[in-house]
Design a protein around this ligand. Sequence first.
Ligand code: DPP
Ligand code: ZN
Length: 848
Amino acid sequence: QKTVYLADYLPYSHLIDKVDLTFRLHPTATRVLARLNIRPNPARKDRDHLRLDGEGLKLVSCRLDGQAITPTLDARSLTIAAHELPVGAFTLETEVEIAPEGNTALEGLYMSNGMYCTQCEAEGFRKITYYPDRPDVMSRFKVRIESDLPVLLSNGNPAGQGQGWAEWDDPWPKPAYLFALVAGDLRAHSAKFVTASGRPVDLNIWVRPGDEDRCAYAMDSLIRSMRWDEQVYGREYDLDVFNIVAVDDFNMGAMENKGLNIFNSRYVLASPDTATDDDYARIEAIIAHEYFHNWTGNRITCRDWFQLCLKEGLTVFRDHQFSADMRSPAVRRIEDVVTLRSRQFREDDGPLAHPVRPESFVEINNFYTATVYEKGAEVIGMLKSLVGDQAYQRALDLYFDRHDGEAATIEDWLKVFEDVTGRDLSQFKLWYTEAGTPRLKVEEAWNDGIYTLTFTQKNPPTPGQPVKQPKVIPIKVGLLNPNGDEVVPTIMLEMTRAKQSFRFEGLAAKPVPSILRGFSAPVVLERKAPPEERAFLLAHDTDAFNKWEAGRALAKEVMAAMALKGAPVSPAWLDALAAVTFDDTLDPAFRALCLRLPAEDDIAQTIHAMGRIPDPARIHAARREMAGALAIRLGEGLSRLYRDLDDNAPFSPSAAQAGRRALKIAALGLLSRRDGGRLAASAFARARSMTEEVGALSALLEVGQGQAELVSFAARWGRDANVMDKWHALQIAHAEPAEAAAVAARLIGAPGFDWKNPNRFRTVIGALAANHAGFHHRSGAGYRLVADWLLKLDPLNPQTAARVSTAFETWPRYDAARRKRARAELERILAAPDLSSDLREMVERMLG
Ligand code: DPP
Ligand code: ZN
């Protein structure tokens, strides 16, 4: 497969005014009839041939203006020569046959538990019919589905139904990647919504019979999302119905098809006994995310796939705003930054680093990444900080006004901000075009009552981009006096040069700086600060993010020093954390976040950034030792804290209750290190929610207990695969480093374990990859097992295999012996016959 370049973009040769599709569904022989109303694109001067994408299609017939023709076919396309085309508009009818039952790649039309469903983003529509499968070709779709299955759904509004058929009409022009079809024996959880201007909308969440009672939270999240988008962005829903379908076999989290969102069932179904608080928060965020795409993605889509961040970065930014409004902004911000660092900084720091807007790709599915999504959202957050909230709102209004119904670019996006503010954003655009996480060094000076902060930015080289330019960095800063009072409230410093100083006058004493408040830019802050200063900020900072960050930075320094030179656990850290833990004026959710130790992979990242080689075994030991020391330092207060939080309030998935549960479980985990799991065993037996059940089980496994509890968990949940994912993940997460690969091998190879299902595969292989000391065990068993299973999955589902292969993306960080083993596994993958282009691209990039 060939590399595609952004620089080669050309508009499509033709316009498709209308698409009429008829599906005669059959597991092994579905017929798809497509009637396309086509005319030459006036934007193109030459008289062009017509080339339609198509893969794995059996062409039954082809007619041009009613006359049978024989087009040129190859493995990827159908072509009609220019001289065979009429001069003006014409109609092309094709009939193809496809076999959804045998479609294990889960792209195009496929089957899951007897139901038909589709996944077209990015390039799945070409597996359904011949069509210009590119986002800048937008058309009106009408769909007729013929099948005996009771529920037949497609995009848009219902346009009639009868015995064995249904018709749908989507009034909004859309690209093919937003097409969707579902047919199955499904039940609806329904509700009504009335938009701000009075349009009634039928809302349905479609699930397998028996799951209807687990849709309430998703529905509630949907209604809140619809209201929020009206109130905050002035965006109303634009169809008579909004359908969501839950599917068990799904490569992604969910998909924003126009009027017919398709979801991985794990991000829809929830009840207190099956879903953890994290599951609830994720469902809320993903429901919102897909809904918000209706405007940012569907009404305004992307000109080409290089612009993916145009819709994804913005929609992630919007779903973050929504979650912050629904929950605690501080807690959400901390969680988002933890994710950003663990996924995006990690990606940016290795062989897979790429710009938010990449310049080339082989397989676009490989670019649905943390960089495009998460960094794409951070870039918008910076833009908002730089122009201010009001200008942001005016720019967004202009964006929706100017580009509604269009396929737009990052240039279009930046232009609305330039037009609204008069600013030149050419330097800011580097955030979209250059990869890598900037390093920001800070130095301070105090002279004659003048306090100076001097920042130096370094933009490290990344694959294909050896030299970089200075970026615009919004640095939010506040200053505290030595008593802990804030003397300069948050202001934004705008850094534009490689090195830049900012002066503060009129201060009575040398202040303590709180830098990069709210994590105002996705950079690595390099500031040498004594532990006392970190402890001081953890105690006094008024910015909740930086308060947490002070404790985090200290914990990282301590863990890195322990792993690198066997330093003892720092008493300063223990004391500071004890003060936070028992400060009842602080939000329990915030305290729980402070108690969560940095992940081992984070510490490996930190050590690597110091120019040293991380030793996974030593990092693992250091983290354990820290947790043990913390359990002892917190002493009896911990039991009291646990008892206070262990109340009998009826369950609610609210953020407030979730925060109390999180703190309670953090306390339980630490208590187990002292009592060998006695309290956790009784907590497991008494658990009244999945959060408590998993929390207690996790505490037990961490101290080598929990075998009986694992058995009883499996007995209770054995038939619910999404719940059992937790059971599998926990065992691997808590396995000893030397045994992790063997545990994962046993679970994934167990009779009846459906490893072909992406959720199952990602759970087991993902959990092994996330067990840092286990995956990187010096025996190489972790590397070998992951490679074995990637090779097994690749022929069936290349997209998921390629995604999971990022387990290896950090391999160059480690010592020569580990690198040799990892490289050997990557080379073994590359040598496999018939390797997919998806996995090949990933492995080649990782090998560099
Ligand atoms: N379904 C994916 C998402 O919403 C791709 N669009 O991010
Ligand atoms: Zn999205």
